[in-house]
Design a protein around this ligand. Structure first.
Ligand code: SF4
Length: 345
């Protein structure tokens, strides 16, 4: 008996980590399967505090926030049938996701002593095709293979539509549209314009904001970085704005070091865009890095050296649960001022 013949399953999704990247896929996939999807609200100080209390202190901040969101979900929706926690191992045969994604379901289950069941979609193309992953997931819910393949293909189409819209649109707003819960609606923070109106738009600076989607679009932890830069008359480009073609060619670092981290591959390819097709479109790079992130600390050095060689201004901002607003504002103000002076002098 499928779940449509029983009751409509209530499945919770924490608004953290890969929700910022694959959330549109997951919600479409679960919608197709007639699940009642509940998403935790936007990150707050309480969520960060709770996550920090529960998670191992050596974890990166996005993981700590994830723990906080699971707790938040359970307190807002105590009657959930499942919490959806995918396991991303690999979606390209030669690469792996960060080990944190491999152990995420267990880390949450045992870290939080959960009583609510976790439902896991495992993506590991080294072992199963994507359709096989969907079929395995469907077995838990009582769906046959044909339905699961249709659900996967439907979600893939919806995800592509989302990505196409996101190339031009406001990514954060598009993500927020996935959650219809009125309690989770937040007014966009109004950031004071730094540049006087009379000269606004006359001396713009083009900044590439690099980093994982859960750092770039997590406005609580990055202190509204994108809006702040826009208030400083900066045009922003992110990974999500670039055409698919920028990601098709392989990254070669050197004979000894083969880049096998999947998300970092995307970041490196975006950095390469600044040195090739985008060299006259980008004036500077800001790389958002999570404190205690192993994969990012490896590629940070590579990106920094490349930008130095090509004299492209580069700034890295390390995020953790204690990141303060004033320090961040001072750093981005001086960075953009320096670029502007150089560009328009
Ligand atoms: S890639 Fe870095 S920031 Fe992301 S989960 Fe892994 S350690 Fe944390």
């Amino acid at each position: 008996m499928s779940q449509t013949e029983k009751h409509r399953l209530k499945i919770g999704i924490p608004r953290a980590l890969y929700f910022y990247k694959y959330g549109p896929f997951w919600t479409a996939f679960l919608d197709y399967l007639n699940c009642d999807v509940k998403i935790s609200g936007p990150t707050t100080s309480v969520i960060v505090e709770e996550g920090t209390k529960e998670a191992n202190s050596e974890l990166c901040v996005p993981m700590k926030i994830y723990f906080g969101h699971v707790k938040e979900l359970l307190s807002e929706f105590p009657d959930l049938d499942y919490i959806f926690i995918p396991r991303y191992v690999s979606s390209h045969k030669e690469q792996f996701f960060c080990p944190k994604f491999l152990i995420l379901p267990e880390a949450v289950k045992y870290g939080l002593n959960l009583n609510t069941s976790i439902i896991t979609l495992e993506i590991n193309v080294k072992k199963n095709s994507e359709h096989e992953s969907a079929i395995n997931f469907g077995k838990i819910l009582g769906y046959n293979g044909e339905t699961m393949i249709k659900a996967w293909d439907y979600a893939t189409r919806k995800y592509e539509e989302f990505q196409n819209k996101a190339r031009e649109g406001d990514y954060i707003e598009l993500l927020n549209e996935l959650d219809s819960n009125p309690k989770h609606k937040r007014k966009k923070k109004i950031i004071k314009q730094i540049i006087p109106e009379a000269i606004r738009g006359k001396f713009p600076v083009n900044i590439l904001v690099l980093g994982h989607a859960y750092n770039v679009y997590e406005t609580h932890i990055n202190r509204d970085l994108i809006s702040r830069l826009q208030a400083m008359d900066c045009n922003i480009t992110t990974i999500e704005n670039l055409p698919k073609s920028e990601f098709s060619e392989k990254i070669t670092i050197n004979e000894q070091y083969h880049q096998y981290w999947q998300s970092e591959d995307e970041i490196l390819k975006t950095a390469r865009y600044c040195l090739s097709n985008g060299s006259n479109k980008i004036d500077g790079i800001i790389f958002l890095i999570s404190f205690a992130c192993g994969p990012d600390s490896l590629i940070q050095e590579i990106i920094m050296r490349d930008m130095k060689k090509r004299k492209i201004p580069y700034l890295d901002l390390v995020l953790d649960e204690h990141s303060g607003e004033s320090g961040l504002i001072t750093r981005i103000e001086s960075f953009t001022d320096m670029i502007r002076r150089e560009k328009f002098q």
